[in-house]
Write a protein that binds this ligand. Structure first.
Ligand code: G6P
Length: 598
């Protein structure tokens, strides 16, 4: 995710900015830049690539006030011109931004008609042009006026050539101020500040900030100044990168609601207006992927068939590339978090060779897959550091539902109202995930049932069959317990032979689903073989409490969307089991985040 740094004080700003950007590198980036006030005018340098590329391009700057940014592309591919900062037409203002400006297309059209010239493809650039229009000598006030017209999420920092002030604003993207003596700092996380100060002020949603070397003032959305006591940070720099969480995996599980939110923000309009898949004259769809992404594809098959009523087939990328293509679908959707998985790339080429239209779902703008396909739908989960996919998987589920809704609406299976209703339900799913996270201690408690097991089964039916395959994969990846996922109806065709009191079974049964009763019967079968059963079901389901040794509850949910909260609950379960077993959670042995070999 992008990183922001700002400095105003007595040191050469460029040194503080470059040091801060270095410490934000772990968030992932593809380009970086700085802007500073240099003898009464603004200077800016920005480059695609590593910070070293930027460093080599920097002249000797003397300025004491500046802002810097590492960009992780979401709107506009990685390039020098799309890197931040952005400068106003009069050259007097510079802006850096994290987040997504949802209404940027409309704003850009309006600004262009008023004579503003744009130099990039980003959503961010509208901010600096709006700021220029609002600026009457008070930078913070101009920023407050600017954000009033913005829909979306942001952390913004801005400077003007005339002074030592940095103005900032925040909504749903982190922003923290570091307090020094005759110098003050600003960053998107405390990691960037810890070598200078541990005295910080957290900026809250809706607030704007005015920061100079001697003073920091915070204002609420109504423009009233707010007081806040500084906090003292006791974390090390490494702890700070993890935002106070013990592991990246847990941090990234907690970023789930945001991943959902951002994936939806970036795509809702595209889905409604038909910018994704403008042509839907195909009769069938094939989904192709590897690893966790394949499990997202499996959920996608159920969603596609349920919502859009389009026949959908699935293939592992490593199989597809060598298959004969006898039952080829005209649209092939490739799902890959990294956009670099060798088998998925080869599958994309093969699909095109066979004359299919191709669409990639990926989390990385500018990744190789985006150059191999006809169309791209981006998930916007932000970079994931833990090897085990968590928030990126969640955002892939969202993408699957979005595509199903798009196809269903375009083909007339969904009316306009049902399409809006379906999108509304998807929006609510981030609240469901948040509610699971609010009760995470119950999941930690339930992890006792599993942490000593050698084998563990995960069972589910219908759309939660793939959810359980993914849950089993997650557990084996991070805890090294042998875990298998099964369609619950298949138990009696073999796996039952393996059950005894030392093999816990995790079973998901969603009240309201047409397979719910069948799942209860399967749970009874398992319990009759003495296996301890950990149930996963909806709040208030007393039947499940009666049959299972313990139950993890998720909020009441439409069965079709239940993989979203169930997934998060079981990611957390895998995490806590691995933690109890002292495993190397973020870097499991023998595994890689991106598999670029066959
Ligand atoms: C590796 C990762 C998995 C991922 C799979 C596919 O095995 O460890 O987490 O699901 O690759 O990666 P992709 O980037 O194509 O989604």
């Amino acid at each position: 995710m992008c990183g922001i740094i700002g400095y105003s004080g007595h040191r050469p700003a460029v040194e503080v900015l470059m040091d801060g950007l270095k410490r934000l590198e772990y968030r992932g980036y593809d380009s970086a830049g700085v802007a500073m006030v240099e003898n009464g005018h603004l200077e800016m340098v920005k480059r695609q690539g590593e910070l070293e590329v930027l460093r080599r391009a920097l002249p000797r700057f003397e300025g004491r006030t500046g802002v810097g940014h590492t960009r992780w592309a979401t709107c506009g591919r990685p390039s020098d011109r799309n890197a931040h900062p952005f400068i106003s037409c009069d050259g007097k203002l510079a802006v850096v931004h994290n987040g997504i400006i949802e209404n940027y297309a409309t704003l850009r059209g309006e600004l262009e008609s008023r004579g503003h010239r744009f130099t990039s493809d980003t959503d961010t650039e509208v901010l600096v042009h709006l700021l220029e229009e609002h600026y009457r000598g008070d930078l913070r006030q101009a920023l407050a006026d600017t954000v009033r017209g913005i829909e979306g999420t942001y952390a913004i920092a801005a400077i003007h050539e005339k002074g030592e002030e940095i103005a900032a604003a925040r909504k749903e993207n982190p922003l923290v101020i570091g307090l020094g003596v005759k110098e003050n700092f600003l960053a998107s996380d405390v990691t960037a500040l810890l070598s200078y100060t541990n005295k910080v002020l957290y900026v809250m949603d809706g607030e704007t900030v005015s920061l100079t070397p001697d003073k920091v003032s915070l204002f609420n959305a109504e423009g009233t100044m707010v007081g806040r006591e500084p906090s003292l940070v006791t974390w090390s720099a490494e702890d700070a990168q993890k935002g106070g969480f013990e592991h990246f995996m847990l941090k990234e599980i907690f970023e789930g609601p945001n991943a959902i939110h951002n994936t939806l923000l970036g795509s809702l309009d595209m889905i409604e207006n038909g910018e994704v898949l403008p042509r839907t004259d195909f009769q069938a769809v094939k989904l192709v992927a590897c690893g966790s992404s394949f499990h997202a594809a499996m959920v996608g098959k159920y969603a596609m068939e349920d919502i859009a009523r389009v026949p959908t087939t699935l293939e592992l990328a490593s199989e597809y590339r060598y298959s004969l293509g006898a039952r080829e679908a005209p649209l092939v959707i490739l799902i890959t978090q990294s956009g670099e998985t060798a088998d998925t790339l080869a599958a994309a080429r093969e699909a095109r060779r066979r004359g299919c239209r191709t669409l990639a779902v990926t989390n990385v703008v500018g990744s190789t897959i985006t150059r191999e396909v006809d169309e791209v739908l981006y998930t916007k989960a932000g970079p994931e550091i833990g090897v085990a996919a968590t928030k990126t998987f969640l955002s892939q589920l969202l993408a699957m539902y979005l595509l199903a809704i798009r196809i269903g609406y375009a083909k007339g299976t969904l009316s306009h109202d049902s399409m809006r209703g379906a999108l509304y339900s998807l929006r609510q799913s981030s609240n469901m995930v948040q509610s699971v996270l609010n009760h995470i201690h119950d999941i930690e408690e339930a992890s006792h049932m599993i942490d000593r097991a050698e084998h563990c089964f995960f069972i589910g039916r219908n759309i939660n069959y793939p959810t359980m395959l993914e849950a089993a994969l997650k557990l084996k990846e991070v805890s090294y317990i042998h875990a298998e996922g099964f369609a619950a109806g298949e138990l009696k065709h073999g796996p039952l032979a393996l059950l005894d009191d030392s093999t816990p079974v995790i079973a998901v049964a969603i009240k309201g689903d047409h397979t719910y009763e069948k799942m209860l019967a399967n749970i009874s079968e398992v319990a009759a073989r003495d296996s301890p059963v950990l149930g996963v079901g909806c709040e208030g389901d007393t039947e499940l409490t009666r049959l299972c040794e313990q139950v993890i509850y998720i909020p009441k949910v439409r069965p079709l969307l239940s993989p979203i909260p169930v997934t998060v609950a079981l990611q957390a379960l895998a995490y806590f089991v691995a933690k109890r077993r002292n495993c190397s959670i973020d870097k499991p042995k023998n595994l890689a985040k991106s598999v670029t070999v066959e």
